[in-house]
Design a protein around this ligand. Structure first.
Ligand code: CS2
Length: 493
């Protein structure tokens, strides 16, 4: 089979096996600037938007993808070489692949190369929405103070260099300043990150920055920018070399960076778009008045479930999430965590059958074709745990409920942070707090409670005797019996 390098010119040569954009991309303007063009954006928002653009009367909602960090140069270069095109490979539950070339990213920029170009783009009249996937840690929120972290050197840099910033806060501030000066309307800033109240968080963090950087701009922002909350969902593992080869072998496409994902997708959005929005509901998104309950459900069941499977699985020596969930003891543990500790805090969710939701999660985690990497799940746990697990713990502590399973996972994470699994193999820890975590984890071998002193992760949790007792008990047991034996004992209780 002949393979063609994926780009606009070669699109028409692709004859089979793959769906291609059936709309004129050159006609599509960019109404959306998206910051953070990793795999998740490309399996989710860009996919929904591509579906939408198949209605050729819609020409104003193309995406301009921004690579914000130096680290993102590779994806930028790939998109540039491929005219913004990439293949989305959906790995169905029966192992078959559904492949489609996605065309909604019609423009792309590498921010470190030309910051003013990005600012101008955000400030241009066509742009109505800025969407973000900048990761949980990207919001510059300090768990210790509950506020914006002005000690971050990058923030200090942006305050001194407003025209050539490095963080999202610097970019948004400068773009909004230009819009105001030019008499243009504001825009919507829509976070698509896994954070409870992601719109509220974005607003709170941006306003803190603006009050320091450009205080006179603050009132204008409050009446000209909206920050809808949204719940986003689609499991998107890192693309592996074998995915790239499999695509070459099963299609005519030669794509340097396809995206792989599960069939499931969900996007629940608060309908608060100050400058208009695409009709994403026509392609499956849900617009609701209050997205908070959906976010809470997803973060505390799916994302926390991932962390549970990832951390326990990593210590046992597994590489992928499906291996972990197919271990009966871990699966039972996860079920108990979801039923005994998470479900009671969720209350009634109108229109949602929680039992079915939890069942569907187990099926999704168990998809053996996805091969979602435990390394991906455990990466940046210091930003994930405070969002995915600790809100559940704090609510349960207030209400006198069970915290035993969560405490076990935190103890396992403390042991994981030493960097060696139970077989004695090294663990790949990728975390901005890696050095601190490792230091604390080593001290914790003799004084386990000291791990809970990492205040930027745990806040004041170390002051709860109930939690600390459960954590110490779990820590000691894991070292003595190993994760699997411990959870078998817990499950038998
Ligand atoms: C994962 C998420 O990063 C993580 O730890 O839980 O990336 C998860 O796969 C997505 O939120 C699924 O929607």
């Amino acid at each position: 089979m002949t393979n063609y390098k994926l780009n606009s010119k070669n699109l028409s040569k692709l004859t089979k096996q793959v769906a291609i954009p059936q709309y004129d991309r050159s006609n599509v303007k960019t109404g959306i600037v998206h910051v953070g063009i990793g795999g998740f954006h490309r399996s989710h928002e860009a996919y929904y938007t591509d579906q939408l653009l198949h209605d050729e009367s819609i020409t104003e909602w193309g995406i301009c993808g921004i690579a914000l960090l130096d680290f993102d140069s590779k994806i930028y270069n790939t998109l540039k070489e491929q005219d913004g095109l990439y293949t989305l490979i959906v790995k169905e539950l029966d192992g078959s692949l559904t492949k489609g070339v996605i065309g909604s990213i019609v423009d792309y920029m590498f921010a470190p190369e030309n910051p003013s170009k990005v600012i101008e783009k955000m400030a241009s009249a066509d742009v109505k929405i800025i969407t973000l996937t900048i990761t949980e840690g990207g919001y510059n929120y300090s768990e210790a103070t509950g506020e914006f972290d002005f000690n971050n050197p990058l923030i200090e840099f942006d305050l001194k260099n407003p025209q050539a910033p490095k963080t999202i806060f610097g970019y948004l501030t400068q773009a909004l300043k230009l819009r105001k000066e030019r008499g243009l309307a504001g825009f919507t800033i829509q976070s698509c990150d896994n954070i409870q109240g992601n719109g509220h968080m974005t607003k709170k963090m941006l306003m803190s920055y603006i009050k320091k950087a450009q205080p006179e701009l603050a009132p204008w922002i409050l009446s000209n920018v909206s920050f809808p909350n949204s719940m986003v969902d689609r499991i998107t593992p890192a693309t592996s070399q074998s995915d790239i080869i499999q695509l070459q072998e099963t299609s005519e496409i030669d794509d340097a960076w396809p995206v792989v994902c599960e069939p499931f997708k969900q996007w629940v959005i608060e309908d608060d778009f100050i400058a208009g929005r695409p009709a994403w509901e026509t392609v499956g998104a849900q617009f609701v008045e209050d997205v908070v309950p959906y976010e809470k459900m997803k973060l505390s069941l799916l994302n926390a479930g991932h962390s549970v499977l990832g951390i326990l699985g990593a210590l046992i020596g597994y590489n992928t999430i499906d291996e972990s969930v197919h271990n009966k003891a871990i699966r039972t543990f996860l079920n108990s965590y979801m039923d005994k500790e998470v479900t009671p805090i969720l209350g009634d969710l109108e229109g949602i059958d929680l039992y079915k939701y939890k069942q569907s999660l187990l099926q999704r985690f168990g998809n053996i074709y996805i091969k979602d990497q435990i390394d991906r799940i455990c990466s940046e746990s210091s930003a994930k745990i405070p969002i995915f697990i600790l809100p559940t713990v704090n609510t349960q502590l207030q209400e006198g409920g069970s915290i035993e399973y969560a405490a076990f996972v935190i103890a396992a994470w403390a042991i994981y942070s030493i960097g060696i699994d139970e077989k004695g193999e090294p663990l790949l820890i990728k975390d901005v707090l890696e050095t601190i975590l490792k230091e604390k984890a080593l001290v914790a071998k003799n004084d386990p409670a000291s791990f809970l002193e990492v205040e930027s992760v745990f806040g004041k949790l170390k002051d709860s005797k109930k939690f600390v007792d459960a954590y110490l008990n779990a820590y000691g047991n894991i070292l003595k019996y190993g994760v699997e034996e411990c959870i078998i004992r817990m499950n038998d209780k």
